[in-house]
Design a protein around this ligand. Sequence first.
Ligand SMILES: [Zn+2]
Length: 359
Amino acid sequence: MTDNKCALAMLEHVSLDIWDLIDELRFKYQHSPSYHLNSTAFSQKNDTGDWVMSCCPKHTETRASFGISKEPPYHTNCFYCGYLGTLDKMIEIAFRLYDGEGIKLLLSDYIFEEVRTPLDIEGIIRDGREPAKIPCLNESELIKFNSAPTINKWTYDIALTYLMNQRGMNTHTLNTYEIKIDVVNECIVFPQRTRTGELRFLQKRKIGSNYQGAKFINEGSPIKKDILFGLHFINQLRTSPKRIRRVRMVESPLDTMSNYQVGIASVATNGKILFKNQVRELQLAGIEIVDLFFDNDDAGRDATTQAAEILTKSGLIVNHVLYPKQFVQNQKVDSNDLLKLGWLDSLETKSISLLGTKL
Ligand SMILES: [Zn+2]
């Protein structure tokens, strides 16, 4: 439990925007298995000054009785059922997670990492202390996988066959995005870099579809709210004549790589929620137009609405890439499937100009 204590101590020193957090929790909740049991949880958000109130995730109610404190370490209190606890515990209850997973979820998805601590001038003069920086992984953590074929050629070949034959990736794309194979853990490794190219974390995905336990394992800093897979390439071109102003935004690294392979600049959100920090990074990389292309399911459509709103508010031009008419609503299909069909570079787009337009 040392990890947990350490993480809780971290919560005391980070700045969380509770107002935004409740929107994100509500979104996640609407797509969780608990939603049908208590459809109002985290709805009816309002600010009382010290607390941001919403409907309690522990029971159904019509008025918002559940408060999250706006100050670290962000205690929660239901003024109706009397529940008192920490934010991470409440997340575990709402999303039926195991002990310790609530804090991980908070740190990986919801922490607002722009901690505005006043500069400790005296500390810097006294012992050279610098303001805290988000840790990055050393490049050697990625390069070490270059020896994978000599460690276990069998597993390495299975992974590569999967990527090339089943996912249609070519060697050039795999090399460009520095895709590695972790033969020990039987994972495909996707390096996740910041806009400026630092290695923030390694996203590891189990090879194929016959595996036990979690599909994804992350290694490195859990802070990923400002990370868009593929953005560092676009950022490099920002000041060159080949500057890229328009990207296709997708959910997963493989979707980004699929689009790249047909000549379309793309970034992946690594999930369903587009964070403000990610939007800011896009703008810093010189992007002006975003073509949204999330998965063809209900969650994907909600994600499109949410992303369109935040991007439009930030002054970007937003379009929606349409799935071919052959696919019925909710049919499982993504960029990678369309790559294999040869349709990925000939899709229709529709402009999203009005806020609140139902997709
Ligand atoms: Zn309650």
